[in-house]
Design a protein around this ligand. Structure first.
Ligand code: GLA
Length: 497
């Protein structure tokens, strides 16, 4: 019996489709809606509240919310909830997103009280690629790009202006002066523009007279600057420690002063402590009002260096330094192993781009960097030029399954269970009782390992397993799971309870 080619082709496509239904993974703006994390958000009472509901799926999407507390309203076409809540408490809201393919529902907990940032921050920062060459146009274009490429709908909502938005000298009126060549309409204009699109704005200063780049810092003017930031509508302050004394007590005092100044504005401003881990901020930054704190010197665009220093660093060096600090991380207070370098590929204007220590990573190394930052419950602040990304970089930054691990509400930083023979195994417990397991190949050879009871005594290796980069459900044999790691690969699995 003869069939026409089209019928045969149809059956081939059908069979391939049927044999791996779980592998199907659609782009951010295709198919049914899916509401992405975070599923919990913190805000101070009587302080402006803004939350964009990150949602994948074909547009148009219409959102609705059941149980919104008094004081909040939802723009059902923009997906933005805003307003002000007076009373502290946890408000559980049921969110729905509808499009022509179907409907998605998720619960969002709005936690009104003293805590912010109940999952790690996600967004973008100007420093790693652009250094001092940041402008209003760059920031607005970045926001538009993050809407188009789907980053905002995967939860990347902070857009952070780093060093060099300000002039070197404080104004005669006692206020920091905005560099008007770069920001001709001021910072408030940028904040309003971002807020209208559901983003939040971060800014940068330093606990000394001068920032790392040598422009005006906030030391001695903390209250004035915090008030200005709040009036402009700033949502996050990264506070650096250049030109300040290398003394723990002084650092605690200076960060506490700014922490209090921010808190007393009663705007929900996240406080990022950027002391690079030299004075053990994990032991004091939270009390100083910090929501996350750097644990290492600046990341460079490279995999590894054997000369770790202030001016040289690599993804792997940072992983090793951040590993022992898991116990200090939790909702509202995170270790910060610095921003992502995914996709920079040697094109940084700030990280000594032409020198040996900013040579770039391979796509595999960038993917492993992303995996490990997700596992370590680290801030996911991309630092590449998101206006011009290749498809591999987009795929690395917008994998919803890896992001869900990072944004899990339990807020645990993964613990390293194995570190030998060129590879590491890490475990991150998740809210629903599952565990994320990462197997990281640190070196340039293929490594074959077996995940079994000896390696993971506390986990159920024979149950359902999800491979979060393959987007596939898999099963281990009774003896365990054979894992073959290509050079520098990090495989990440979720082991169901
Ligand atoms: C320090 C910080 C970096 C960046 C620069 C800006 O080095 O650690 O992240 O903010 O300052 O000058």
């Amino acid at each position: 019996m003869k069939y026409p080619v089209s019928v045969i082709l149809f059956f081939i496509v059908f069979l391939v489709g049927c044999s791996s239904p779980e592998k199907t993974f659609l782009g951010v703006y295709e198919g049914k809606p899916r509401i992405n994390p975070p599923y919990i958000t913190g805000n101070y009472p009587e302080s402006p509240f803004l939350f964009y509901i990150p949602t994948s799926g074909e547009r148009p999407v219409v959102w609705s919310a059941e149980g919104l507390p008094e004081g909040l309203t939802l723009d059902s076409e923009a997906g933005i909830i805003k307003g002000k809540i007076e009373k502290a408490g946890n408000y559980v809201v049921v969110l729905t997103a509808d499009n022509k393919h179907g409907k998605a529902m998720e619960k969002l907990t709005i936690s009104i009280g003293d805590n912010l940032l109940l999952t790690p921050p996600m967004g973008w920062n100007s420093w790693n690629t652009f250094g001092k060459n940041l402008t209003e146009a760059l920031v607005l274009e970045t926001a538009e790009a993050m809407i188009k490429n789907g980053m905002r709908d995967l939860g990347y909502t902070y857009i952070n202006i780093d060093d060099f938005w300000q002039l070197a000298e404080r104004g005669k009126d006692g206020h920091i002066q905005i560099n008007e060549e770069k920001f001709p309409r001021g910072i408030k204009y940028v904040a309003d523009y971002l807020h209208e699109r559901g983003f939040k704005l971060g800014i940068y200063s330093d606990a000394a007279d001068r920032t790392c780049g040598g422009v005006c810092g906030s030391y001695g003017f903390e209250e004035t600057d915090a008030k200005d930031f709040a009036e402009w509508g700033v949502d996050l302050l990264k506070y650096d420690y250049c030109n300040a004394p290398q003394d723990k007590q002084v650092a605690i005092e200076r960060y506490t002063t700014m922490g209090k100044a921010l808190r007393s504005t009663n705007r929900s401003i996240v406080f990022s402590v950027c002391e690079w881990g030299q004075l053990e901020p994990w032991t004091w930054a939270k009390e100083a009002g910090g929501h996350y704190w750097r644990t290492t010197f600046d990341i460079r665009d490279r995999w590894y260096t054997d000369q770790y220093s202030h001016s040289d660093n690599g993804v792997l060096n940072i992983i090793d330094l951040n590993a022992p600090l898991a116990q200090y991380a939790g909702p509202g207070a995170w270790n910060d192993p610095d921003m992502l370098v995914v996709g920079i590929s040697g094109k940084s204007q700030s990280m000594n781009a032409n020198e040996e220590h900013a040579i770039g990573c391979t796509p595999e190394q960038y993917r492993s960097h992303m995996s490990m930052w997700a596992m370590m419950a680290s801030p996911l602040l991309s630092g590449n030029d998101v206006r011009n990304m290749d498809s591999v970089t987009i795929a690395t930054l917008t994998n919803p399954e890896i992001i869900a691990i990072n944004q899990d509400m339990l807020g645990k930083q993964a613990e390293r269970k194995v570190d030998k023979d060129g590879y590491q195994v890490w475990i991150k417990p998740l809210t629903d009782g599952s565990s994320a397991v990462a197997c990281l190949n640190k070196i340039g050879n293929i490594i074959d390992i077996k995940l079994d009871k000896n390696v993971l005594p506390e986990l159920n290796i024979t149950g359902d397993i999800r491979d979060v980069w393959e987007h596939a459900n898999i099963k281990a044999k009774a003896e365990g799971l054979d894992v073959s790691l290509s050079p520098y690969e990090c495989k990440v699995y979720v082991l169901k309870k």
